[in-house]
Design a protein around this ligand. Sequence first.
Ligand code: UD1
Length: 337
Amino acid sequence: MKDILVTGGAGYIGSHTAVELIAAGYRPILVDNFSNTDERLLEGMARITGQEPIVHRGDCCDLEFMRTLFQQYTFAGVIHFAAYKAVGESVAQPLKYYHNNIVSLTNLLQLLEVFEVRSLVFSSSCTVYGQPEQLPIREDGPENKATSPYGCTKQIGEQILSDFYRAHSDFTIGMLRYFNPIGAHPSGWIGELPFGVPNNLVPFLTQATAGHRQALTVFGADYDTPDGSCIRDFIHVVDLAKAHVKTLDFLMRQTSCCEAINLGQGKGNSVFEVIQTFEAVNGVQVPHSIGARRAGDVVQIWADASKAKRLLDWQTELTLGDALRDAWNWQCHLDKG
Ligand code: UD1
């Protein structure tokens, strides 16, 4: 059985990916500093898979700690999720973001080189595109200036990987540009667990609907879009997790590659459409009001997802409605304790 190091493996996307890795016959070895997740996701993973996750508590910026993992296991590949991801916080605390997101990556690359682990999947983001001029956006489309330090760390991360690859052409690297991951495992045992007030749309929406927050504010209804609200490409986290397994399979079949790949549905939905769909699939009302635009938001973005189909034989199977049903199921699970 192949061991795969999954950094940030106890987090939202990491936990769903670990579940899919196990289903595909891999053995995920998780590392997490638990700075933005908690033990509940480990328990949930155990319930879904029937096995206790193998998890090491520690920080990817700690090179010596990471080295002990590479000494202990023979990794066939690495999926690197561990990073900070809150756009607003990155504006307030840029050094925290540059340090954590960049040092963890360069540490990892040093160890991959020394221990000759040649396949790496990197969590990137559609944020590298800024506000695209043409939609849908392809991987070879122009990158605009990122609108936050968080976005810059993803652009720099991709740059570091491209430079590293140029010097090490025997590596296989996938840089996965996620659009907007939402939803939860259909079992309700794992899902998004943000600490404090959620920044992202769907966790805020579920918590507001459950009565834990005040009404959801729609950040701007005066954009130049059909209903005035922003448009995003929302992707079910289980589809996203499966894409990581397919990427790993693909990288292991290659002898040399460094590819950026969009992961999205290939279509956009507006914030109002999310609210309406959530109400329709769950039979609940979402308390909401219209507020001011949020600084730094792009107006609209959705993926050209054809490269993922071509290279990975992957495309989304789940709909926006599926994701919003599963997000609400997860919230209800949490509330029941
Ligand atoms: C952004 C990045 C994404 C990154 C994510 C990390 C872009 C295009 N996307 O997602 O790559 O992974 O941050 O956090 O840069 N909204 C409301 N009310 C709310 C919350 C959100 O109306 O309370 C709206 C936002 O204005 C936006 C949409 O919902 O139009 C989605 O927002 P959010 O879930 O925060 O994700 P992005 O900002 O799109």
